[in-house]
Design a protein around this ligand. Structure first.
Ligand code: UDP
Ligand code: MG
Length: 303
């Protein structure tokens, strides 16, 4: 049995075609398609209900509101029953006819099969952001992974069980699956550029990057430590030099209000940055301690 897990957020234009292509491609396998409607505001919910009425293979989880892509994926993973799991986007950028390639990779004995997107080299702000995000994550995790990794991937039950063991509220499956280990393969797949629509706003993207920076590294507060140490060292040296000069030659180095203000500002800003960083960790610890559910389910269909 193959479980295809697809989070849906305002994808009314692609759902019919996506389902049709999935069923066509996977007709030789036992398959369940789990759509998680992440509080879509368009006609997606109605379309999904219609699809699940027509076809028992189509299973739908309606979440109570928009919880975000990753909590939606959690909901899908927790309900999947297949031996092989496929994760993909609902916007048809991932081409369903590539799925057999992924399945074959798992059947050859790999635990995870990632896909690398082949895309036209067109420069956009989003691409630049996404690229820097991946480079950052790779360097933080000290693992050499290809950039341009897609959400589109396949994995087996072993990996699913591992994923389900991670209890954090702020879960991010991208970096998490990087650092799981297991036997993995990366394959190149085409992407469909006809559907160039992204439900991620710039703001959401930046939030995601900050979130993974904070959850997956100790870099932010280490930077602060370095900065603090450097400023401490420089100011002690400055003080020492001024003192020696004063003692021996009776003169002072740079002085005046400008200098005082400058030093005050540097110290103040460093402290504020530090407080902000500590704040974001405390906030996250607070969220984890609350132990709130990642998502709430409004309704299930065919499940
Ligand atoms: N998505 C979601 N909740 C959200 C935002 C996105 O479930 O709040 C889903 C969306 O329906 C899609 C996938 O996450 O299936 C990836 O979203 P999108 O295609 O907009 O992202 P991009 O392709 O730009 O990475
Ligand atoms: Mg997309």
């Amino acid at each position: 049995m193959i479980s295809v897990i697809i989070p849906v957020y305002n994808n009314q234009n692609t759902l019919f075609e996506l389902t049709e292509q999935l069923i066509e491609t996977l007709k030789n396998y036992g398959v369940e398609i789990i759509y998680i409607n992440d509080g879509s505001k368009d006609q997606s919910a109605e379309i999904l209900n219609q699809l699940s009425d027509q076809n028992p293979m189509v299973k739908v989880i309606h979440l109570a509101k928009n919880f975000g892509q990753h909590p939606a994926i959690s909901a899908g993973l927790e309900h999947a029953t297949g031996e092989i799991l496929i994760l993909m986007d609902a916007d048809l950028e991932d081409i369903p006819s590539n799925i057999p390639k992924l399945i074959q990779s798992i059947e050859r004995g790999n635990d995870i099969c990632f896909t690398i997107k082949i895309e036209a080299k067109k420069f956009t702000l989003n691409k630049l952001l996404s690229k820097s995000y991946h480079i950052l994550i790779d360097s933080l995790l000290k693992e050499k992974n290809p950039t341009n990794l897609g959400t589109f991937r396949a994995f087996n039950k072993k990996v699913l069980n591992a994923l389900l063991m991670y209890p954090e509220r702020n879960i991010l499956y991208g970096p998490l699956m990087h650092h799981l280990g297991f036997k993995r393969e990366f394959i190149l797949v085409e992407r469909n550029t006809k559907y160039k629509y992204s439900s991620y706003t710039l703001n959401k993207r930046i939030q995601l990057a900050i979130n993974s920076l904070i959850s997956y590294s100790d870099l932010p507060h280490r930077i602060f430590l370095w900065m603090g140490s450097l400023i401490f060292l420089l100011s002690t040296m400055y003080g020492l030099i001024s003192f020696i000069q004063y003692i021996y030659w009776g003169k002072q180095l740079m002085s005046g209000l400008t200098l005082v203000i400058m030093i005050l500002l540097i110290i103040l800003s460093t402290l504020m940055i530090g407080l902000g960083i500590i704040g974001s960790y405390v906030f996250r610890v607070f969220q984890e301690v609350l132990n709130r559910p990642r998502y709430l389910i409004q309704e299930k269909r065919n499940l």
